[in-house]
Design a protein. Structure first.
Length: 216
């Protein structure tokens, strides 16, 4: 993952420890990242079953029902158990962190960018994790400038952010990195801390599998 450099104060936190996700509750943090190693078993599973995923999975699940639903919905193949356990792990972490009992789950196979423009989500917070292909791209809040004083500035306009940014300031998650992205509904008066992000471009004949989890 290419990290923003020499931008202070940082609006993001990142480490190889899952505890980095707890930084998301900080008032000054909009993006919290747990940098994980690639799991080749899960990677090969999604490579093998990609065409069988159809439109993917999209539903709200309780922790008690999650594994059974995933087992019924996911195609059979080597690595399926590992996928179910990993999604359950991430869901369990999310529900524990935010004190909820259910998750809004979306597992989506992609062959093109789903949301190619920089934007913020109109929700409190969302967990994103890419199992196959390149990860989500995000722009640090501190990389936004109110005047054209950056190299090759581009105009940014979202629901809560206006200004200019340089494309070189955009960062990208690796596959298996887990990120918590705050939305504009995180907390009243904290709209400007919403995470600015976009889907990566998917190269021709490439595959991407994206998992998102919302605390419910």
């Amino acid at each position: 993952m290419a990290l923003a450099k020499q931008l202070l104060p940082q609006s993001w936190a990142s480490s190889s420890s899952p505890e980095s996700l707890t930084e998301s509750v900080s008032q000054d943090i909009s993006v919290a990242i747990w940098q994980r190693e690639n799991n080749p078993i899960i990677n090969r599973y999604f490579e093998a079953v990609f065409s069988s995923l159809g439109l993917g999975i999209r539903n709200v699940f309780t922790m008690n029902s999650l594994k059974a639903h995933l087992n019924a919905a996911l195609p059979n193949g080597i690595g399926k158990l590992e996928v179910i356990e990993d999604i359950y792990l991430l869901s369990d972490m999310l529900t524990c962190l935010f004190g909820c009992k259910s998750v809004g789950l979306r597992l989506t196979p992609l062959s093109s960018a789903m949301c190619p423009k920089l934007h913020v989500d109109q929700i409190p917070v969302r967990l994103v994790n890419t199992y196959l292909g390149e990860g989500t791209q995000w722009l640090p809040n501190e990389a936004i400038h109110q005047c054209k004083n950056t190299q090759a500035p581009l105009k940014l306009k979202t629901a809560v952010h206006n200004g200019f940014y340089s494309e070189s300031s955009v960062n990208q998650l690796n596959a298996f990195d887990v990120a918590l992205l705050k939305g504009s509904a995180w907390q009243e008066g904290q709209e400007q801390m919403a995470a600015i992000h976009r889907s990566c471009q998917v190269a021709l004949n490439s595959k991407r599998v994206l998992l998102t989890l919302d605390p419910m």
